[in-house]
Design a protein around this ligand. Structure first.
Ligand SMILES: [Zn+2]
Length: 443
């Protein structure tokens, strides 16, 4: 009789293609057998009875800001990765800014990787930065394993991570295309955002609505169109992060039809929160692009349902609570939403239960597509020879998210006190349980 490290019995196995009842056998971190209809007859060092529970491929969060090294008091790899595990994520792609030094050359990448290998309980991957100053470092970064490059078209808010102008977009994309890599961009128009903010602040208009109006959807569209032109000129693969509206997605869908190699991400907050939440919660719910109105949230779900969105990432962008204090001037507080732990919860509750989005679609957007787009050839689905990165969820269990349940370095999030349906029970990374019974398992 075969002997495995781990046997998961009788779970409801969800992939991008199907939902079936069966057993999963794991050895040496890999899925060795998936049996549907008849039980796997074998012994195992560890057995999990998943009767009545759903098993998803582990969430690949392709968009987090963990701030380490250099700004670890904001968030760190230890707290960040434990939050992810608690939310059912088994891999993350850390953005190149917010850490000091930022990931803009090989030495900085190696520092961050060393720290992640030491501290993270899920699989770490890294974005390399594209800034006007590092065109000569892109090749080195690529050869040392960054999953892609990230640039800002408007100021990043971080002094040592400059936004790109058209010249560096062009030169950077040309180089990234020649490397066969991909460029992700934060697409908002600097000119529009700065002028509109200046006008409002000058008139003392500093409410949540004023902030939202200072970063309109058309500013995202302008930046997307411009960077798209450079993608068409250079042939560089493009990934637009955190689209806040289907109107932005439409521009990308049109480009796809013309044959442009482009993908688009949205985030849980654009699919669940509105300007009203920003008005009520203040800086805790501040982000850029900003939250939109309910109509935009609904339209974005239509885009999800129609297959117009390629990935969903949390854009977990934490900050100390002291930078999130509610003041009369929303322009002053630090932008960025803490949400890595809640991504799957939001998608299941708002998407699956409220809007009938199939579980298979949620798996596609949070695991299968990120694995495909970013070349993680052994991740993103549940099949023989794939990595045993798995999340076991009880879809019948509801819970209210409490502040003290958050594993972030700073326990704030716009999702606190919300009720979610679908609770993560167990998270497995490379065949090892890293989260169970509400607690991370120290390795
Ligand atoms: Zn981000």
């Amino acid at each position: 009789m075969a002997h495995y490290d781990l046997l998961i019995k009788n779970g409801i196995i969800v992939t991008a293609d199907s939902t079936v009842q069966g057993d999963i056998a794991v050895k040496n971190g890999k899925i060795m057998d998936v049996s549907v209809g008849k039980p796997i007859e074998a012994t195992a060092t560890q057995e999990i009875n998943a009767e009545g529970l759903h098993i998803f491929p582990g969430v690949i969060d392709s968009h987090v800001h963990f701030n380490e090294p250099g700004r670890t008091e904001w968030e760190g790899l230890e707290t960040g990765s434990r939050s992810l595990a608690a939310g059912g994520a088994t891999s993350f792609f850390d953005m190149p800014l917010n850490s000091t030094p930022p990931t803009i050359n090989k030495a900085n990448l190696e520092t961050k990787r060393r720290l992640a290998e030491e501290k993270s309980i899920v699989n770490p991957y890294f974005w390399g930065g594209l800034v006007p100053e590092n065109l000569n470092d892109l090749k080195d970064l690529h050869e040392n394993g960054v999953i892609g490059f990230k640039a800002f078209m408007s100021p990043s808010g971080i002094d040592d991570f400059n936004n790109v102008d058209d010249e560096s977009i062009y030169k950077g994309m040309k180089e990234i295309a020649s490397l066969g890599s991909l460029l992700a961009v934060h697409a908002e128009s600097t000119v529009m955002c700065e002028l509109l903010a200046e006008e409002r602040i000058g008139q003392g208009k500093v409410t949540a609505r004023d902030y939202v109006d200072s970063r309109p959807i058309i500013s995202e569209i302008e930046a997307v169109r411009r960077v798209l032109s450079y993608a068409e000129l250079t042939g560089c693969k493009l990934h637009i992060v955190h689209a806040s509206s289907r109107k932005v997605v439409d521009v990308i869908t049109d480009a796809k039809k013309r044959g442009v190699d482009i993908t688009v991400e949205t985030c849980p907050h654009y699919l669940s929160l509105t300007v009203t939440d920003l008005e009520e919660q203040g800086v805790i719910a501040k982000c850029a692009p900003p939250l939109r109105d309910q109509e935009e949230v609904d339209d974005l779900w239509t885009a999800v349902a129609k297959g117009e969105i390629d990935t969903i990432g949390s854009d977990h962008s934490p900050a100390p609570a002291s930078m999130k204090v509610i003041s009369d001037n929303i322009f002053e507080g630090w932008g960025g939403i803490s949400g890595a732990q809640s991504m799957l919860n939001v998608l299941l509750t708002e998407g699956h239960f409220k809007r009938n989005i199939p579980l298979e679609k949620i798996v596609e957007l949070t695991a299968t597509n990120p694995a495909k787009i970013f070349g993680l050839t052994t991740k993103g689905t549940i099949a023989v020879d794939y990595d045993a990165d798995l999340t076991i969820v009880n879809l019948n269990e509801s819970f209210e998210l409490k502040k003290e349940d958050l594993f972030y370095h700073h326990q704030h999030s716009p999702y606190v006190d919300m009720t979610f349906k679908g609770k993560v029970k167990t998270t497995i990374v490379g065949g090892r349980v890293v989260f169970e019974n509400g607690q991370p398992i120290e390795q």
